[in-house]
Structure formats: C-alpha cells, structure tokens
Design a protein around this ligand. Structure first.
Ligand code: ANZ
Ligand code: ZN
Length: 853
C-alpha cells in the first residue's frame, strides 16, 4: 500500500489550484459575498508560527464559506513600509526596497506552501507606488477638508529609531519597536483629525456586535468620553477668568483652590514677583518629568503657589491658584477646580500644602469632619454647605448646578474626549512621502493631484545618523513651487505606516484600479469585511485608525455613504506559546540545541523556563518551514487548529504535532484499506442492520457537529475531535462487507469534513475514491435528519414507585411523547384507573414514575 507522502501531494494540489485559479474572486451581484481577511503581514523575512496559526484559521473559514456557496474574497498582501527595512539598510548595507522585495518573495513562497486559498491576483505591497499614490490623494483631499493639518507639538521621540512615536507606540516609556527609552521633543507635525470622529467612533460600536468585548472596551477607554461642565473662575483683581473642566460640578461649593498645568498659558502671568523664582524652578522640574509617567499618575503630587487668587463663583470664596504636576495641559482646559474633600489627589495636595477642606457631599449615615478625614469621600451622598442645593442627591445636583451655571452665564455643559488627533509624520525614509511643498512665498502648498505620485527616491544613503535620510537627498528635496514657480522644498517626512494599513482592506476590492483609490462598485459589493482576524495587540491603534479611515473615505466620497464600518466581525486569535530552555553556560537555547534534556554544545543540564509567547529573543521558536518539510502543511495546519480554540493561547508541543500527523496517516489508511470494497458500493439501502445504522447515524451527527462548531464560534478543535471519533468508528465497523455503502458514506464524509482544515490530503483522497469533480465544486455536506434518529430503547414505568410495565421509545424521544406512551401502557393504565395522576417524572433514558392517588 502506498504511504502518505505529504510533500508530493501538497505540491501536486497547490499546482492544480494555481492553474485552475481555484480561489479567484469576481464580484457577482447575483451571489452572496463573504469577505474574509487576516491582518496582512509585515514582510520581516520569514513567516513564524503566529502567521501559520492566523492564516490557518482564516483559511478554514474561507474554504468553509465557499463550500457553503458564498462568493468568497480572501486576499493577501504586504504591509511593506516600516522601520525594520531601514534598520536592515543601516546594518547590512542593503537597500530597504531590495530587502523588502526579497522578504516578500520568500514569505510568499512560504505561504504558498501552506496551501492557503488566496486570490493571489489581488496581491499588492503598500510600498508599490500604485498603492501609495492613492494614499497621497486621500491625504490631499483630507487637507482640503481640514481633516489633515499641521501643528507644532511635543512628541514622543525614540532616539534609537530616530523617529516620532504615537502615544500608543510607547509602552512603559519605552519604544514599542526597539524597547529603548523614549524622550520628548517639539516638532512641527502632520495630524489627522480623528477627534472629529470621536463621538461617531463611540456610537458605531453599538453595532459592532461581532467584535470581542475586550476590544470594544479598550477602544471606549481610549476614546475616553467624559460629560461635565466648563466653569469660569474670575481672577481676583483682574478681569481675566480661569476656565476649568470638571465632571463633578456637584462639588463646586467645595472647591477651595485652583490647580493649573505648569504649561498653562496663564501660569506665568498669574505669578507674582515674589513667587517668580520658585515657580520657574517648579516649571523647569516638571518639564523634565516624563509625560507618560505624569499621565499615569503614580508619583508624588507636587505644586507651587503662584501668589494669585481666584474667586469661587458659587461661594465667593478666595481660592489660591497653584500649579500642580498632575494637571495635564492636553486634557480639558488644563485647569482643575480642586475639591480636596471629594477628590483624592486634591486631598493629598491640600494636606501637603495646608489648604482648607469643605465637605459638600455627605454620605448616608456618616458625618464627615474635615479635621479628621483621612481620605477624600468620592462616593455619593446628599449636598451640604451648598446653598440652594443643600439636601439634593448629588447626581440630581449635577443637573441642577449645570443648569444654574448656564443660566448665570458662568459655565456650560461640555463633553471631553481623551482621544487626541493622530500624529502621522515620521522622520523616516521607508514610508509614503507626504505630498506637500514648502515655498518661502506661498507657505505650505499641496502637490497638485496630477503630479502624484510623489515617488520615494531610491538613491539614498543610510548612515544611521539622526534626521530623515530623505532630507539629505537634494534631488528629492529641491523642487519648484506649484503656485509661484520659485524654488521650493519638499516635505521630507513620511507617513506613519499605520496609514497604509488603515485602508488596504478597501483596496483589495479593486487592487488594480488606476483612476481612484478604490472602485466604488467593487467596494459596494465586497465591503465591509465579513470576518477579520488578527492579534489583540491591534485592539486600539490599527483597528481604531481603520474605522476612522473608513468614515473619512465615506465623507470624502470615495466610497458609498452607507459604508460606516470596515469590519463586521472580528476574531482576535491567541498567541502561540512554547516552553523556554536555557543552559547555564550558553543562555537561551533553540529547541534543536537541546538533546535529551542537555545542552547540545556543552552537555550541561538545561533549565526549562516558563511557557511564553514564541519569540526569537528567548529562542522558544519553531520554524514553520522545518515543520512543513518534516510533516507537511496539512499537519502544521491541523495542529494549529486542533490544539486550542482560536481565541485562546496555543501551547506548542511536538507530541501534539506527531499526534496530528498520525491521525492523517490513519485517515489515509482507512481510505486505502477500503478502496476496493467501497469502489463497488452502490446507494445506501433503506433497510440497515443496527451496526450499519449506528455508523450512519454517527456520520450524520458528525456533519451536524462540525457544521455547528465551525459556523457558530469557530471551535475547530471540537470539530476535528468529532471527525477523529468518526474515523475510530470506521475502524470499528464490523459490517463493512455487508454494508460497503455505509462505509463509503462515512469515509467520504470524513474527507469532505476535513477538507477546509487539511485541503491537500482531502483533495487527494477524494480523487482516489474515484471522483472526477473537485471537492470545491461539491459544496458542504448536509446531514440527513432521518439518519439522526436514535434506535429504540426500553424504559421502565413505575406507578407510585413500583414497576408496572416497560415501554419502548426512540432514544432521543421528547419528554411529552414518553409520558404519553407510559400512561397508555396497558398494565400501567390498569393501575392508575380511577385515580388522578398528580405528577409524571421522566428520568431520560431510564425510567418513568407516575404519581397517582
Ligand atoms: C472637580 C472635581 C471634584 C473633579 C471631584 C473630580 C472629583 P475624567 O472623568 O477623566 O474626564 N481634570 C480635569 N482636567 C484635568 C487635567 N487637565 N489634568 C488632570 N486632571 C484634570 O476626569 C475629569 C476630572 O479630572 C475633572 O473633574 C477634574 O477634576 C480632573 F470631587 O473637577 B474634577
Ligand atoms: Zn510659492
């Protein structure tokens, strides 16, 4: 018998699929579409197990939906701009474009070896001028609409990557890419006005029912909507006012001092001469403090008195004006009315600088005394010391005081968002050039649309020095002003690479469109993406920016007005993890550097560490190429689908992989052992004996289970288990000679159900079973309800606890049917005659007890 030769089978079918263009997608309004997308990869060089898992999950769904009759779009491409290419250029003297193209070629062939059902005709890389030119156009239109603008701002600066980082790209004050500490810097930057969409981004989340709750929560927190009031506090002895933002206007009567951000424009103006030195010293000290640490709030609260006072508009009390390190300039108005009795930060501050406390919220059954309070009361209660508002519940008081402030012209209700505009300028070479020109006479001039694309020049030197390499390419920088014709300079910053990934999913609908970013018709048919799959690490940045861009493209008229959201359903897959190993002498070890629990180099006993996300830095990685070469792509796919449900972390283990490989061999043998037998089998007859009926029942139950498991929650692991059980049943089927038709049906079902998971072996076995038509053309198997019906079983019937008869019912009969049959059983009927039936207790599959008296 021929052995299972994964490598031969896989290359055979990959070739056939490619020749047939088996996964090519064409819009067809008469058919229901299904757009499945996995987050496209960064072409780092080689695929890793995280990719294998991500794409295997996507491929099952894509193939399953196609089998169900959907017109499936399943594209692939490359998120090709970014810093690693440039770092490689500096380190290895290879041009980023060359490095990127080589990596793409490499990874494409790796992906092709996995047998993924992509429409490769739609492939593109974001570094293609045919792609980024349209991004430049979108930018120009945004500029026209005021959705892109330039301003000077303090930015996070990574001295190692020599670039600006968005707040989201800073983790614990370190660069998310290189892990080194981040500085800050003042720079003129381009921004996208995502804040214009803050409310819509929040509101639309109501409709994102197919998104995981944690992702929605993270986005909600990131947008950070707060409803409150802005209130003006007059400065004593001047006609100026300090405006604060508060969410607790109910505590207005308890505001006893004012805290300004040290960067507040009034900070220096309010400082009196005798306080000047101290205030300046304080400002300088806070400036040095890290911004991230400052907003995290985990540090000593400090401040300085300016020497000025303002007036509480509700009480007329004098409030000393302080500068405080915990007040941030970029939130609200940069000024806070301090209520030390009801805000913990203000409480600590007041104790430190000996400032007065006034209690204005009294909790139920407790009397707060400012002299003895040890912490602020931040809970609810009734208002006291609040003039006309005394006695009100504090929630009601929020409304009342807001109305009162509005009426007096002292303040107004406002909504504040934590979300900031998206800074998109990067001082990097390998990105999309920002299409503007600086002219001494005309200022900022957009590049005329007909001059797009602004091509990224290739003759660049990579020295590793600071600043953008583009700025040193004179031939690029020097240009003429499109308005006045004078000599002018080009913008040398490039876009944050998150800009490219904010609309690539729309471009896939018409990847070769030459007159616009997208073809509206194609987008109308294919979008939104029905199922998007990727890592939870993109919960905020990428997924929020993509939502924002979809709305921008809608409002700029590039897509239809009813395309509000890009991704209907989102699956965030778990990580691929593995045990770490280290040698006392040689540090972390790759799995192949370990032999029998010892270091392969020095023979020392190894230490096994925690199971962690696979990463090169800890060497706990498995190379997909090696895996595929050893066992085949089908085994690699099967293991990554079988070892855990998609949203959970997957722990790598070699035994699990071997188990999957053995299973595929078992399937292979089950088919070949029975080829001759089932080759002559006809249709399944009406009458079957019990063993045959039982196998048939399991076959159809398995169809039902696998269908439900894939469709409902993508529980591939349990679906695969069910098929494994069916294979066991096939091996245990003793009536094969008498009922080869039932055996054939079972074997073919195994092959068809496994097809989305392990498509190569499935296609091969299908062919060997004598079928000319492809599995793709066959559709997804349907189960036969009749076949699901269980055989009859015997149940004991008791009357008042004594056995009075036996009935035979279908094993899966409904409660009602069993009751009815029990009560009409002749002997039982005799025993309850003339009595009233009080209760019938059915113990499924075992007995019925009738209570009658
Ligand atoms: C008075 C008050 C009394 C406050 C009280 C709280 C409790 P969220 O919900 O996050 O929006 N605040 C306003 N602007 C600030 C800034 N730039 N830097 C630091 N803190 C600032 O928080 C709103 C509250 O944060 C506001 O309400 C303000 O303090 C403070 F018992 O005003 B509150
Ligand atoms: Zn000009």
């Amino acid at each position: 018998q021929e052995r299972y030769d994964a490598s031969a089978i896989e290359s055979k079918w990959q070739k056939i699929w490619e020749e047939r263009k088996a996964f090519r997608a064409d819009a067809d309004p008469s058919r229901k579409k299904y757009y499945l997308l996995e987050m496209f990869p960064y072409p780092s060089g080689r695929i890793h197990m995280g990719h294998v898992r991500n794409y295997s999950i996507g491929d099952v769904i894509a193939r399953f939906k196609a089998l169900q009759g959907y017109n499936v779009l399943h594209p692939m491409g490359w998120d090709a701009f970014g810093m690693p290419a440039e770092n490689a250029a500096i380190q290895n003297k290879i041009h980023p474009a060359v490095w990127t193209r080589e990596n793409i070629a490499n990874m494409r062939s790796q992906l092709k070896k996995m047998g993924l059902s992509y429409d490769w005709d739609r492939e593109f890389a974001t570094c293609d001028p045919e792609y980024y030119r349209w991004e430049q156009l979108i930018f120009l239109r945004m500029l026209e609409k005021g959705l892109a603008y330039k301003k000077s701002s303090t930015v996070n600066w990574c001295p190692d990557c020599q670039t600006v980082l968005a707040n989201e790209q800073v983790e614990d004050n370190c660069c998310w890419r290189c892990g080194n500490e981040v500085d800050e810097k003042e720079l003129e930057q381009w921004f996208f006005k995502i804040t214009d969409y803050a409310q819509e981004l929040l509101d639309e989340m109501e409709n994102l029912r197919g998104w995981p709750e944690p992702v929605l929560t993270m986005q909600r927190n990131w947008i950070g909507r707060s409803v409150g009031c802005e209130i003006d506090f007059p400065v004593e002895g001047s006609d100026r006012k300090i405006r604060v933002f508060t969410t607790r206007q109910d505590t207005l009567f308890g505001a006893t001092f004012m805290s300004l951000a040290p960067e507040h424009p009034m900070a220096r103006q309010l400082t009196t001469d005798e306080r000047r030195d101290e205030v300046e010293a304080f400002i300088a000290r806070v400036r040095k403090m890290d911004r991230i640490v400052r907003s995290a709030g985990d540090y000593e609260k400090e401040g300085v008195f300016t020497g000025s006072y303002c007036i509480n508009p509700a009480t007329g009390a004098r409030m000393p004006v302080f500068l405080a390190n915990f007040v941030l300039m970029d939130y609200g108005t940069g000024a806070v009315m301090a209520v030390p009795s009801h805000d913990q930060r203000d409480f600590e501050f007041a104790r430190k600088y000996d400032l007065p406390l006034v209690v204005v919220i009294q909790p139920d059954g407790e009397v707060l005394d400012p002299a003895t309070m040890t912490e602020a009361w931040t809970g609810s209660g009734r208002l006291v010391n609040s003039g006309p508002f005394d006695g009100l519940d504090n929630e009601a008081a929020k409304e009342e005081i807001a109305a009162w402030l509005a009426e007096k012209g002292l303040g107004a209700q406002t909504v504040n968002y934590r979300l900031r505009d998206w800074g998109v300028s990067r001082q990097r070479y390998w990105g999309t050039p920002i299409p503007v020109i600086y002219c001494d006479s005309c200022g900022i001039v957009p590049v005329p649309e007909e001059q797009l694309p602004v091509l990224l020049p290739t003759d660049v030197e990579f020295t590793g020095e600071g600043g953008s390499p583009l700025a040193r390419v004179e031939s690029f920088v020097r240009t003429t002003c499109p308005r006045c014709g004078q000599a002018a300079r080009r913008e040398t910053d490039t876009f944050d690479t998150f800009v490219e990934s904010s609309w690539y999913f729309a471009r896939y609908a018409s990847p070769h469109e030459e007159g616009a970013p997208v073809d509206r018709e194609q987008v109308r048919y294919w979008l939104p993406v029905d199922q998007y799959i990727g890592g939870i690490e993109h919960a905020v940045m990428h997924l929020l920016y993509a939502r924002f861009f979809t709305k921008v493209m809608r409002d700029l008229g590039f897509v239809d007005g009813d395309l509000n959201e890009p991704f209907t359903n989102l699956l965030t897959q778990g990580m691929v993890c593995m045990e770490t190993c280290s040698c006392p002498e040689h540090g972390w070890l790759y799995p192949e550097e370990v032999r029998d629990g010892r270091c392969a180099t020095c023979g020392a006993e190894i230490r096994t560490g925690r199971t962690e996300k696979m990463s090169k830095s800890k060497k706990n990685v498995v190379d997909p190429d090696h895996l595929i070469a050893t066992y085949g792509a089908d085994t690699a796919r099967l293991f990554s689908l079988f070892a855990a449900p998609p949203e959970k972390d997957l722990e790598w283990n070699e035994q699990g992989v071997e188990g999957c490989y053995r299973f595929l061999n078992r399937v292979w043998r089950a088919v070949h052992d029975n080829l001759e037998l089932v080759g002559q089998a006809g249709a399944v007859p009406e009458k079957l004996d019990s063993a045959a009926r039982s196998l048939r029942r399991q076959t159809h139950k398995t169809i039902r289970k696998v269908t439900e498991d894939i469709e409902g929650r993508f529980h591939f692991n349990t679906a695969i288990s069910a098929v494994m059980e069916l294979v066991n049943a096939i091996y245990g089927f003793e009536e094969r000679q008498r009922h080869p038709e039932v055996l054939r049906e079972a074997l073919e079902t195994v092959v068809r159900l496994l097809n989305p998971f392990v498509p190569h072996i499935a296609a091969e076995l299908w062919e060997r079973l004598g079928h000319g038509e492809s599995l793709e053309s066959l559709g997804w198997p349907q189960y036969d309800r009749e076949a699901l019906v269980e055989d009859e079983i015997l149940i004991v019937v008791q009357v008042n606890g004594k056995v009075r008869g036996k009935i035979s019912v279908a094993a899966d009969a409904e409660q009602k049917a069993i009751e009815e049959k029990a009560l009409t059983e002749p002997n039982v009927a005799r025993f309850i005659e003339g009595k009233t039936v009080r209760k019938v207790i059915v113990v499924p599959g075992r007995l019925v007890n009738v209570v009658a008296n």
